[in-house]
Design a protein around this ligand. Structure first.
Ligand SMILES: Nc1ncnc2c1ncn2[C@@H]1O[C@H](COP(=O)(O)OP(=O)(O)O)[C@@H](O)[C@H]1O
Ligand SMILES: [Mg+2]
Length: 257
């Protein structure tokens, strides 16, 4: 099978040479269709910078990002609009819902930018709302929803155009542990049942334990990889392995791994 996403020697430096932050300093990895890949690292390790480069929110300093065989740097005009709207679905830590729109209106927002039939989108919305258990809050405004409900509305918005890949930046970061678990069950279910490709960055070990493969990043460099041994390795066993990598990170001994 072909990779859906290829990241090659990606660098992003902020600021001028005297006061420069190397947020990404030569990151290379690939994502296969149907993967649930996690990128783990502590705060400031470059995770959001990486996702923002892939989402074309910011421009990398150097390196390549190839999505479905196309270098995204070369996309222009309607190709770029399609890439941003249809190829990727973005899930943010802080939901980023519009306060003056209902749940339903928030979910349908991406459709206004793209040619999708009303029937098709209505069908998909009902399906997603049912799966994500948000049918009863579709008519509510974000201020009337719990954090968990807001994030599941945001997930439906990210999924409404059936993107090729879901990018999630600390999606459980603003949720309590019960809602975080509920969200991760849903994301993991989408991956298992619908073969959704997910790239999630997080510093939350529990959230990461739902992934099938994890890359560890520190100071803009990937230094370790874990793959869940399916089917024999339980989620709990995987969690323990992730925890031990993170513990070594905390001790500043990343390069002994
Ligand atoms: N717009 C910016 N200007 C300057 N430095 C930035 C900017 N965004 C992020 N950084 C720096 O780049 C590094 C990586 O940040 P970020 O990608 O947000 O990390 P993470 O998401 O892992 O917490 C940090 O040192 C951060 O301070
Ligand atoms: Mg971040």
């Amino acid at each position: 099978m072909k990779n859906i996403l290829e990241i090659e020697s990606l660098c992003k430096y902020y600021g001028k040479s005297s006061n420069q932050t190397k947020a990404l300093d030569g990151v290379t990895f690939q994502v296969m269709p149907g993967e649930f890949l996690g990128i783990m690292g502590s705060s400031g390790s470059g995770k959001s910078t990486l996702l923002n480069c892939i989402a074309t929110v910011i421009k990398p300093t150097s390196g390549k990002i190839v999505m479905q065989g196309k270098e995204i740097h070369s996309l222009k005009g309607s190709q770029l609009t399609d890439y941003r709207g249809k190829m990727i679905g973005y899930l943010f830590q802080n939901f980023e819902l519009l306060d003056n729109l209902t749940g339903r209106e928030n979910i349908l927002l991406p459709l206004s930018l793209h040619n999708v039939s009303a029937e098709e989108s209505d069908r998909r919305m009902k399906q997603l709302a049912s799966y994500l258990e948000i049918t009863d809050v579709l008519g509510k405004f974000p201020s009337q929803m719990s954090g968990g409900q807001k994030q599941r509305i945001a997930a439906a918005r990210a999924l409404i155009l059936n993107p090729g890949i879901i990018l999630a930046d600390e999606p459980t970061g603003a949720l309590d542990s019960k809602n975080a678990r509920a969200l991760m069950e849903k994301l993991s279910g989408l991956n298992e049942e619908q073969n959704a490709t997910i790239l999630m960055v997080t510093h939350d070990t529990n959230a990461a334990s739902y992934c099938k493969r994890i890359l560890f990043i520190q100071d803009g460099v990937i230094f370790h990889e874990l793959r869940r041994n399916m089917p024999e390795e339980s989620q709990q066993m995987f969690y323990e392995r992730i925890l031990s990598v993170m513990a070594q990170l905390g001790g500043g001994s990343a390069n002994v791994l």
